[in-house]
Design a protein around this ligand. Sequence first.
Ligand SMILES: CC(C)(COP(=O)(O)OP(=O)(O)OC[C@H]1O[C@@H](n2cnc3c(N)ncnc32)[C@H](O)[C@@H]1OP(=O)(O)O)[C@@H](O)C(=O)NCCC(=O)NCCS
Length: 287
Amino acid sequence: MRIIPLADPDRSPTGHQLAWLAAAEAGHPLGSAFLRLRSAASQEHLGELTLAVHPAERRAGVGSALLAQVVAAAGAERRRCVIAQAEEGTPGDAFLADRGFRRAATLEYARLALDPAAPSAAPEGPDGYQLLHWDGMVPDELAEAFVAGRSAMDDMPVGEADFGRVVWDVPRMRAAADAVAARGELLSTFAAVEAASGDFVGFTELVLAGDGTGDAQHYGTAVRPDHRGRGIARWLKAAQIHAVRERFPRLAGLLTDTAEENAAMRRVNAALGYRTTHRTFLYQLDM
Ligand SMILES: CC(C)(COP(=O)(O)OP(=O)(O)OC[C@H]1O[C@@H](n2cnc3c(N)ncnc32)[C@H](O)[C@@H]1OP(=O)(O)O)[C@@H](O)C(=O)NCCC(=O)NCCS
């Protein structure tokens, strides 16, 4: 077996990734590993690992050999920790535990099955707030105000995982929206604005396939701490669900994942009809 470092030319403003191929002497591939290195100042300590070995080639040390390269590279890049994710009870779960990673967080995955025949009404929100909607990048005239509040809203817990605090700015928002558009997908955002101040106090994002079929994926949902407990998150998500059902009748379902300790978000999801599908663990290797 040989481990061959690959060059991934794809560099975005938010980071790049290192890649390795494990190949047999005869040349056929056995597995691959990717280490994502984010460039944001608050995430320069972090490497995110994705590692896969072909099912026919497992339990022969290929994963361990790839991981050794990843760990050496993370050290050379002065990363403080490497984080990887594996579903509960899978080979990845056993492998990461065996290789010295510790469980830093548990994520609960849930799905809302959409029934096109079921009645849907636009939800009522709490008094004193307005709802805004846009597709893709936030409109220019709203960008500064939305981005200013976004990091304060988005303090979601992820257990003990050392993800660093992402500070959003307009270029970062644009890069994220462009990445979704480049995949041919649609980013739909609902935001809540406090009428008296004009401040953004909450948002929820959903990413759909361009043809509006299959399952869509929820991205962030957050409400500013001083506006929590008023039903804004539930309102935002219910508005998003109502809108996509109207616009994309062939959409089958909505997927979301939430840290286990995020009781508020899990309660909102359960109340809106999302059902748990599986759990994954975030594993962390401290360097
Ligand atoms: C996880 C994965 C990469 C392991 O690759 P691999 O080449 O089989 O791993 P190794 O042979 O180096 O295994 C090293 C140790 O991990 C543990 N391990 C790996 N697979 C395991 C399994 N299915 N059940 C129990 N323990 C397992 C064992 O302790 C093993 O040592 P042993 O075989 O001497 O008992 C592979 O199963 C895979 O591609 N899974 C899907 C993707 C994934 O979950 N990746 C991890 C998160 S990014």
